[in-house]
Design a protein around this ligand. Structure first.
Ligand SMILES: [Cu+2]
Length: 263
C-alpha cells in the first residue's frame, strides 16, 4: 500500500515539476521551431506512457494486495493482450520518430542562398572564418596549421585572401539570412552548439561537417561545446551576436582579412 501511494506521488510530482520547472528551453532564436515541436511531442508520449505504467502498477498493488487465502492465477500467455501492447508500443514509437524524419529532411537540405561561415574548434576556444567581399571561403587544411597560420587557411587560394578571421573572439552574423556553418576541428572532437538556434553538430578532425540555420532574432547568444573534449571542455564557450544586415556589412568591412594578417 505504501509503495502504491509512493508511485502515485511520483506521477503527480513529475507532472507538477514539468509545469513549474524553471529549466525549460531558452527562447527560440532561429527557424528550428520544428525541433521544439518534436521534443514536446516526445515529452507528451513518454510522459503518458510513464504515468500509465506507474499508475497501473500502483492499481495492481492495491487491487491484488495480500489477503489470507487469496491465490494468484497463473496466466503466462495472452495473445490478445500481447497484440494490443505490441500495436500500442509500435504506434508510440512511430509517432515519436516520424516527425523527426521530416525535420531531419529539412535539416540536411541547405538552402541555396545560405552563406558559408566556418567554425573552427580547438582546445578550448572557438574561431571563425567569414567570406569577405567575394562571398566565398578559401580552402583550408589542418596540415597547413602553424604558428603564423593558426587556422590552416590555404595561402595559395585566391578566394581565401579576403576571408575574415576571428580567433577566439565573437562571431557576428546577420539576422533573417540562412547560414551554413562549416565545422572543423584542429585537434579533438568538439560540437558546435548554440542552444537558442536549436541546432548542433559534431566537429571531427580531418573532415568538415555542417548544419544550417536562419537566425530570426537579433541578440547575443552563448556558444557551447557539446562534446567532451578534455579538461577545459566546460570553459569552451564563445559568443555569437546576431545583428541587422546593415550592422553586419559595416562590421565586416572593418575587419582584417587573411591577406592583411599574413602581410
Ligand atoms: Cu570542445
Amino acid at each position: 500500500m505504501v509503495v502504491a501511494v509512493m508511485l502515485v506521488l511520483i506521477v503527480v510530482g513529475s507532472i507538477v515539476f514539468h509545469f513549474v520547472s524553471p529549466w525549460w528551453f531558452s527562447p527560440l532564436a532561429s527557424n528550428w521551431g520544428y525541433i521544439d515541436d518534436t521534443t514536446v511531442l516526445t515529452f507528451w508520449i513518454t510522459s503518458l506512457v510513464f504515468s500509465a505504467v506507474l499508475l497501473f502498477v500502483a492499481y495492481c498493488l492495491f487491487r491484488f494486495r495480500h489477503k489470507p487465502g487469496r491465490k494468484a492465477a497463473y496466466e503466462p500467455e495472452n495473445k490478445r493482450l500481447e497484440g494490443w501492447l505490441t500495436a500500442l508500443t509500435a504506434g508510440g514509437v512511430i509517432a515519436m520518430l516520424t516527425p523527426g524524419l521530416f525535420v531531419w529532411a529539412q535539416f540536411v537540405e541547405v538552402p541555396e542562398e545560405a552563406t558559408d561561415v566556418e567554425v573552427i574548434g580547438q582546445q578550448w576556444l572557438w574561431s571563425f572564418r567569414l567570406p569577405g567581399a567575394d562571398g566565398k571561403l578559401g580552402a583550408a587544411d589542418n596540415r597547413l596549421v602553424n604558428f603564423e597560420n593558426t587556422l590552416g587557411v590555404s595561402p595559395d587560394d585566391p578566394n581565401g585572401q579576403d576571408d575574415v578571421l576571428i580567433e577566439g573572439g565573437e562571431l557576428i552574423i546577420p539576422v533573417d539570412r540562412p547560414v551554413r556553418f562549416l565545422l572543423r576541428s584542429i585537434d579533438v572532437l568538439h560540437d558546435f552548439y548554440v542552444p537558442e538556434f536549436r541546432a548542433k553538430m559534431d566537429m571531427i578532425p580531418g573532415s568538415v561537417t555542417y548544419f544550417w540555420v536562419t537566425p530570426t532574432q537579433t541578440g547575443t547568444y552563448e556558444i557551447l561545446c557539446a562534446e567532451l573534449c578534455g579538461v577545459g571542455h566546460s570553459y569552451m564557450r564563445g559568443v555569437v551576436t546576431v545583428v541587422t544586415d546593415e550592422e553586419y556589412q559595416e562590421w565586416l568591412t572593418s575587419q582584417v582579412t587573411f591577406a592583411g594578417l599574413s602581410s
